[in-house]
Write a protein that binds this ligand. Structure first.
Ligand SMILES: [Zn+2]
Length: 340
């Protein structure tokens, strides 16, 4: 049976990390440039992965390296038929004024404003070349503690009409979300989307904790919500979107096998779902690979794939006219002839 090309399906991509979406070849080149060892890729769970991630991020030491990573991300997204992308950037990895303990301090001559200006230049170059739009999710990493998270939220709030659309919490889920609630409150009050990671390494209780303390618009992952029927109903009733990343779940042991992945249970419960790569640098799957994987595993129709894409547009922080453009593009895709 012929299907419609997934690359042609217009989509938004909402759960991806800036450094973790870099090209492997670029990270290798930058490591050489800085005289640093090749980034190893050995991990089998989230805490190990967080360590590997920090090492890869540490090769981005120069303004031109950061700008390049940002430009290439937009180019790579556009090649996958992503019309709007919402990468998470963590200020602990940027600028020299950040107070986080143990942070990788890079771009030493720049403060967070300076680093953000460089990122914006890179994104803008990518957008000019491809038409794919960008909204940044400013993130905080639980592993770096609470100090400075309120400042990070204030920074995001100040830049709400300057390219930042969301505020996220990433990092080791064993660290609970409650201490980060004040930062999330500032972001929400400023009109930013609040998107904590939860329900990945930890079970439903981590999703409940994120809901009760941060009042999220979306949950990054959320797949382990399927272990609690009451939570599934809550996510469905309140239409809290889960930004699911199937390949990441497989490689970090969140799902034992793709046939056993939590996706169908989330779909059956009526939870809004988007498909995402999380960190394609480490997990290898691009966004179209993720769509293809779930289509082929669960025998999904093009209509169901279009639904994921529609949710990705609606639940994003994109401006309304961008959302509408994507939604119209999805309708046109469904009306087009199957070609794959
Ligand atoms: Zn993630």
């Amino acid at each position: 049976m012929k299907r419609r090309s997934i690359v042609r399906l217009p989509k938004a991509h909402l759960h991806l990390h800036l450094e973790g979406s870099a090209r492997p070849s670029t990270i290798k080149e930058l490591a050489e440039l800085e005289g640093m060892p090749d980034v190893e890729q050995t991990f089998s769970n989230l805490p190990e992965f967080v360590q590997v991630y920090a090492k890869a991020a540490a090769v981005i030491k120069r303004p031109e390296s950061l700008k390049r990573i940002c430009r290439e991300l937009v180019e790579d997204e556009a090649a996958q038929g992503v019309w709007y992308t919402e990468p998470m950037g963590v200020p602990q990895y940027l600028g020299n004024q950040h107070p986080f303990r143990g942070a990788q301090i890079r771009l030493k001559e720049f403060d967070t404003d300076g680093a953000w200006a460089i990122m914006q230049e890179g994104f803008a170059e990518g957008t000019r070349a491809t038409g794919t739009e960008v909204g940044l999710m400013m993130g905080i990493n639980r592993g770096f503690g609470v100090d400075g998270t309120v400042e990070a939220a204030r920074f995001a709030a100040r830049n709400k009409d300057n390219g930042i659309v969301a505020f996220g919490i990433a990092g080791d889920e064993r660290i609970p979300p409650e201490p980060f609630a004040p930062a999330c409150h500032i972001a929400r009050e400023a009109g930013l989307l609040v998107v904590p990671h939860a329900g990945e390494a930890m079970g439903p209780e981590s999703v409940w904790a994120a809901i009760k303390s941060t009042f999220p618009h979306r949950i990054a992952h959320g797949v382990r919500a399927v272990e609690d029927p009451f939570l599934l109903s809550y996510l469905s009733d309140h239409q809290i979107t889960c930004d699911v990343a199937p390949t990441s779940n497989l490689l970090l042991g969140v799902a034992q096998d793709i046939e056993l992945h939590q996706l169908p249970k989330l779909m059956d419960a009526g939870v809004p779902i988007t498909l995402n790569t999380d960190d394609q640098l480490f997990f290898g799957a691009l966004i179209c690979d993720e769509y293809r994987l779930v289509r082929d595993t669960f025998n999904l129709t093009d209509g169901q794939l279009a639904d994921f894409a529609r949710v990705s547009a609606r639940a994003s922080g994109a401006p309304e006219h961008v959302k509408q453009r994507i939604l119209k593009g999805i309708d046109a895709w469904l009306e087009s002839e199957p070609d794959e």
